[in-house]
Each structure stands twice: as structure tokens, then as C-alpha cells.
Design a protein around this ligand. Sequence first.
Ligand SMILES: *Cc1c(COP(=O)(O)O)cnc(C)c1O
Length: 415
Amino acid sequence: MKSSDLFERAKQLMPGGVSSPVRAIRPYPFYVERAAGSRLTTVDGVEFIDCCLAYGPLILGHVHPEVKGAIERQIEKGWLYGTPTPLEIDLAGTIIEDHPAVDMVRFVSSGSEATMAAIRLARGYTGKQDIVKVEGGFHGAHDAVLVKAGSGATTLGVPDSAGVLADVVAHTRQVPYNDPEALETLLARNEDVAAFIVEPIMGNIGPVLPEDGYLADLREITAAHDVLLIFDEVITGYRVGIGGAQVRYGVKPDLATFGKIIGGGLPIGAFGGRREIMEMVAPSGPVYQAGTFSGNPASLAAGYATLRYLHEHPGVYRHLDEATRAIEETALDARRGSFVRMGSLFKHFFREAPPRNYRDVQECDREAFSRFWKAMLDAGIFLPPSQFETNFLSTAHTRTDIEKIADAYGSCLFA
Ligand SMILES: *Cc1c(COP(=O)(O)O)cnc(C)c1O
């Protein structure tokens, strides 16, 4: 069956025809038959260079031989035991070694679960009720973080989804990104804040990059007010380098959340941080957290193989950085909008200056983005279908792939 027919059928069976909203591309999404390296092949027989990469996990591309081998070897031995496994010690040890702020970790099954648990832990540890997040920051799909952007720091959070209780998000305040003063003002007025959660590099509307000193300011301000600093590194972890944004910018959060890359393409999440905080998690402490699939051996095997590969090939980060720089050069030549990149994260914004925060990103010309996105697809390049999702590269993208992407940017920006 063709993609268009499959989508007609899917719409009868699943809300919007999809398993996650961003996939509901109009008029219909393409259905993938298989993937390998940097390429996706659709059921319609079309091949795309993939710059979406499942929204972040696949830093080594599709079906990387070492990750595939690790999964296959694990599958032979079973894929779910409901008991501890040696593998979780390997992966926990690697994550802890790579992140000076992380003394202990707990594995979960998704990034959403990780931020949900980290927020509960922060509340349990501090005994305080409120949390602060960044406007437009994304931490998954659970109630506490589904707060409408646009409500200011002085107002109570407003639900961003039907079914989320106003009472719940009333405990979530928001401040703009790159605005340490707004956080200082809020914390000076509100003594009931347990944690400030932030994507150190905004990956779900960007990338939008932190200005010089911003992350260090956040560390200082939160510490001065006895508020835990949570870095949500679900995208940035192992993406902007070993140790993620916290090592790259040299700022130690109290807690950090992970997902995506640490599972090598299989479902995973993790949260970790200072020992005295993590010791509060059940069964060693009173903050309850549990999961049937937590630390499942297949995800651990895929994740560990991925992290080992990155450790053994530290040059990949420089290589990926050079690749996005090459794309940037053509995009900038086009003199239309702004281009932002950080290692293998990159995005072209239809707005003159690079955005500093969510409000800036809202000013982008979305229709121009739509035309650009379609033109790129016609040129054989699949970008995330939104002005507000970052693009990704993987180690599987070849020099030829990069040239094709760069050329397509050069022509499609004028679509
Ligand atoms: C993807 C993402 C999440 C949610 O992770 P899921 O595995 O999709 O639940 C949370 N935070 C950030 C920063 C993310 O990019």
C-alpha cells in the first residue's frame, strides 16, 4: 500500500492517524519501509537523506553495525527479565563518569518519565511545591510541564492541554530563556520553588543557544535561593559532546535528565545527580519511582554500544561540527533569515536575527518555512516538519550527503 492509502486507514484507527502529533504531516506523512545509515526508504520507494533522525536518538545513524550487533546479542539472551542486569551497571557507570554533576542515576523508559521523576524528586528533597521552567522549553508530555507559553512569570501557569488541571500547573511558573534577571526576580518573590528545569540549549524550538554566562548565572541564582537546578539533557546529552551541555559549558546542575542518545534508538530515559538527592529515591528513600520496562536490557545494550562508540571515536564531534558549518556557509550565502548550529544540531530560522528565546522564534515566517520544508523534501531531504524542531546530523551522513544538504539549502531557501 502507498503512504496516502496507509494514512487514510490509519486515521480510522488512531487519533490523527499517528502515534505522536508531530508526525501528522499534511496532506499525509510518508510511511517508512526501511532505514540504513543516513537514509530512509519509504513504502512508495522514495529515498530521503534523514535530518530528523527520529528527533535525536540516532547520532550514529540508522542500523549502525555496532549497535545492531549489541541488540542482536542481547535479544539472543532475552529482552526483559524484571531483575537487575550487569548492563545497567555498565551504562550507569559510563554516564556517571562522563558527568561530574552525576553521582547516581535511575533508568526509566522515556525522557518524559525522567523529567517527571526529577521534578517529583526535587519536590521531595526540598519539601517545596513550585517549579519554574523556561517559556517554550520542552520536557515531555506530563502534566506539570504542559503549561501554555505566553503566561508571564507573575501569573500562574495555564494548562497547555485539555485534561491538565489548572491546580497542577498553578505550581509551574515560567521565565524567558536567556533572561537571568527574570529568574532572580521570580525566586526573590517566591520562596516555595523546589526546582528550575531548563534545556541548557533549547532543542525543541531551536536550537536556541545560551548567551555567554547565562548557564553560570542560573547556577548562581538557583543556589542562592536554595532551588535545585535541573538540566534537561534529553537532547543535548552526548549530542553536543561527551558530558553534554553541562560539561561543554562547565556548569554543574543538581539533577540532570537524559534520554534519546543514551538508548541508541531504543526507548530509554534516566535522571541523575548529587548522591544526597538521589538517595531520596525509592527504595533507598521516600520518593517513589518505578517501572516495568526500566533498565530493559535491549535499550541498555543499544545505549551502551552507542556511548562506547562515541568514546572510542572522539573525533566524531569535530566531524559533525564541520558538517553543519559547511551547511551554514551555503545557508548564509543565501542571505535569507538566520542559521543557528551547535555541533550536529542546526536550524534555519525565517527571521533576520538568530532567536534568543521562545518569543523570538514565534516571529519566524512559518509560511516561508513550510515552502522551504516542502522544497527540501522534493530535493530528497527530510527535515523535521516544523520551524520549531531542531535538525540533526549523524556520523552516517557522508561527505556527499552533506554536499547535497548544503546545495539544497542554497536553492530551497528561495522556494
Ligand atoms: C524528547 C525530549 C523529552 C521527552 O522525551 P521522550 O522520550 O519523548 O519522552 C524531554 N525533554 C527534552 C529536552 C526532549 O528533547
